[in-house]
Design a protein around this ligand. Structure first.
Ligand code: NAD
Length: 420
């Protein structure tokens, strides 16, 4: 019988922490969800989920079982396991570990012998050993690996993905010593289908960065090839679709308006930050970032060209973005290329609006962008830019839209539409 009131406390109830807390409660663990944001805590306690993959009903069920949500950090001293899933953004283009540090301090103040701490936030190799461990030991005067256990487990959640969920996606786990690894592995094995152990926390931290750098680099490659193919008058989409029929040695990536979200544009920067400390750039990362970051401008140049051909002036034109989220079927606009595209259009005195069933409001350069509630008046726009391929857009009768259409996603078969 554990001496702790809760089996698990989750710090940070966002895209990563909330699904974990709920899955653990569904696996019959007693869970405390802790977040410093009072309004998040209040709405979650009213069974209102702010994470698309978690419906209000699923949240309500978990709350009626063994999930308790609070902004009171004292729960951290009452939980056997504690998972940290707070943001790790870039601030002034540098990794910002201040959220991880604050969360670690709140654990340290309550730390008890026998507790097991796991960092899940994405970060550069060395964070668990060089930042989290010293804070915990210094404030608590306890010894890591002996009095309390510590490890790292990267989160692989893919918001909006119905096939690969938190439960059936294999989970990488690590510990600062064998005892930590064993207990951490045991914990995830009780809630996740498959657990993969690696030898140390630095390796586990690196796994996450490798996964996202791989995506960032391959997306950049196909984006560059899309630009070059357009110049060569070759249809990149047909090429990619044909290439992916090769059953081995090729994984297809699709061109697009750039990369967004909290992982692909950011994680590779954590990697290059770390390698720069040893005087080495990650050349692939830097080139890939440059290419992906240039895609919103490429979209602008292509639509200007298209409008020119039709003798429509870009200045004072009316443009609608279909979808502004950074990926399909979710409402997350963090780092979305749509923001750069809109910023550039506003600079050129274009009247910009958007239609996105998942996004309620969009503010760019302190300006609120007009949201269309439906597509009734869509033909009044000079140009429609398809930015996000939400599944519900498959029902749109694109052929009856009179405006010019530029599809950055290549996801729709539309006669007369231009594509990236
Ligand atoms: N969103 C994704 O798809 C995804 C996927 C894999 C990994 N990650 C990584 O997981 C981590 C969390 O990302 P997210 O998308 O869940 O973030 P999020 O912004 O959705 O949620 C983070 C939550 O942490 C809370 N918080 C911040 N500081 C806190 C503190 N000191 N104590 C308690 N709560 C605190 C915030 O109020 C917020 O509710 C990041 O490192 C991110 O890179 C995200």
């Amino acid at each position: 019988m554990s001496k702790f009131k809760y089996n698990l406390a989750v710090i940070g109830l966002g895209y990563v922490g909330l699904p974990l807390a709920i899955e653990a409660a569904n696996s019959k663990l007693k869970v405390a969800g802790y977040d410093i944001n009072e309004s998040v805590v209040d709405s979650l306690n009213k069974s209102m989920s702010h994470v698309e993959d978690i419906s209000d009903k699923v949240l309500q069920d978990a709350l009626s079982k063994d999930l308790m949500i609070t902004s009171d950090s004292s729960v951290l001293g009452e939980s056997e396991y504690i998972v940290i899933s707070v943001p790790t953004p870039l601030t002034d283009y540098q990794p910002d570990l201040s959220y991880v540090e604050t969360a670690t301090k709140s654990i340290a103040k309550n730390l008890k012998k026998g507790q097991i701490i796991i960092l899940e936030s994405t970060t550069y190799p060395g964070t668990t050993l060089e930042i989290v461990k010293p804070i915990l030991e210094k404030i608590s005067s306890l010894v890591a690996g002996e009095d309390f256990l510590l490890g790292y487990s990267p989160e692989r959640i893919d918001p909006g993905n119905k096939e690969w969920t938190f439960k059936n996606t294999p989970k990488i786990v690590s510990g600062i010593n064998e005892t930590s690894l064993k207990k951490i592995s045991e914990f995830y094995n009780s809630i996740i289908d498959e657990v993969v152990e690696v030898s140390g926390t630095r390796e586990a931290e690196m796994v996450k960065l490798v996964e996202n750098t791989y995506r960032q680099v391959n997306i950049a490659m196909v984006n560059e090839l899309a630009i070059l193919s357009n110049m060569l008058d070759i249809d990149i989409w047909e090429v990619v679709d044909a290439a992916k029929t090769k059953p081995f040695g090729f994984q297809s990536f699709r061109p697009g308006p750039g990369v967004g979200g909290h992982c692909i544009p950011i994680d590779p920067k954590y990697l290059s930050f770390k390698t720069r400390q040893i005087g080495q750039p990650v050349r692939f990362v830097e080139l890939a970032q440059e290419i992906n970051n240039s895609m919103p401008n490429y979209v602008i140049s292509r639509i200007s060209e298209l409008m020119n051909k039709k003798e429509i002036l870009l200045k004072n034109s009316k443009i609608l973005l279909l979808g502004v989220a950074y990926k399909k079927d979710i409402g997350d606009i963090r780092e979305s290329p749509a923001i750069d595209i809109i910023e550039s259009l506003l600079d050129k005195s274009v009247e910009v609006s958007f239609y996105d069933p998942y996004v309620d409001e969009l503010i760019v350069n302190k300006q609120s962008i007009f949201k269309e509630q439906d597509l009734e008046g869509v033909s009044n726009y000079d140009m429609v830019i398809i930015h996000t391929p939400h599944t519900s857009f498959n029902d749109i009768d694109f052929e009856n839209i009179k405006s010019l259409i530029f599809d950055t996603t290549g996801s729709f078969t539309i006669l007369n539409a231009e594509r990236i």
